[in-house]
Design a binder for this molecule. Structure first.
Ligand code: ADP
Ligand code: ZN
Length: 205
């Protein structure tokens, strides 16, 4: 289901575009924002950022090179303060990094008639729910879960494989590594590797 299915609805709802890295979330967010602009809507785009290592922080670019302008934020309060009361559409990228306040913020914007588009990675490198994404997916009116292509087997990828020095990161490494020494690739559930210290003691379910 996409935003198209909400044509004709009273204005004000929450759309979540979730999925792993490389699944096309930014492409999809850019597509929706462009179409809203074509529809003469007043659009504000925000992107959460953690530190200065991100280049082009004033725009959202997808891996295919398309881009829209975005205001960098590091809290939901900043989004609340920067949102113009006349705005029709609020889009937020990288929502997994935002504080839990993003959930009531998205809810109150939608309740007062704003179309809220949220893109974010729904699972962290361990394959566990990431930040407020599960709550956002629960309160959303429309949820789309995108998949990338597993770089190992070519199947649909639903996991972020973190590599440190080219090797799978251990379960106990931090969820957010500042400094950019890690890298990621898209993998399916079966090719995803998260070695644990207590690996042998984990019961098979
Ligand atoms: P996201 O925001 O989810 O990280 P992007 O919209 O930035 O995704 O990028 C999606 C694009 O990434 C795809 O259209 C494709 O060109 C490229 N890409 C690179 N690696 C992969 C992969 N393993 N699976 C799918 N797409 C990939
Ligand atoms: Zn695979």
């Amino acid at each position: 289901m996409t935003d198209q299915s909400y044509f004709g609805a009273r204005s004000g709802w929450i759309e979540v575009v979730s999925g792993v890295m490389f699944s096309g979330k930014s492409e999809e967010l850019i597509r929706r924002v462009r179409r809203a602009i074509i529809g003469k809507k007043k659009v504000q785009v925000f992107k959460s950022h953690l530190d200065d290592r991100y280049e082009g922080v004033f725009s959202i670019s997808s891996h295919d090179g398309r881009a829209v302008d975005a205001a960098p934020v590091d809290s939901s309060l900043q989004i609340a303060r920067m949102t113009n009361p006349l705005t029709d559409v609020v889009a937020i990228d990288e929502a997994q990094f935002l504080d839990p306040g993003v959930v009531p913020l998205a809810t109150s914007l939608a309740n007062r008639g704003v179309r809220v588009i949220i893109a974010g990675t729904d699972t962290d490198f361990r394959g566990e729910p990431f930040g407020s994404m599960p709550q956002l997916m629960a309160v959303a009116d429309i949820v789309e879960k995108l998949h990338a292509i597993c770089v190992i087997c070519g199947g649909p990828a639903s996991r972020n494989q973190r590599l440190i020095g080219g090797k799978p990161a251990r379960y106990d490494s931090p969820v957010i590594m500042v400094g950019g020494r890690d890298s990621y690739e898209a993998r399916c559930r079966h090719c995803h590797q998260v070695p644990r210290l207590d690996e042998d003691q984990v019961p098979l379910l």
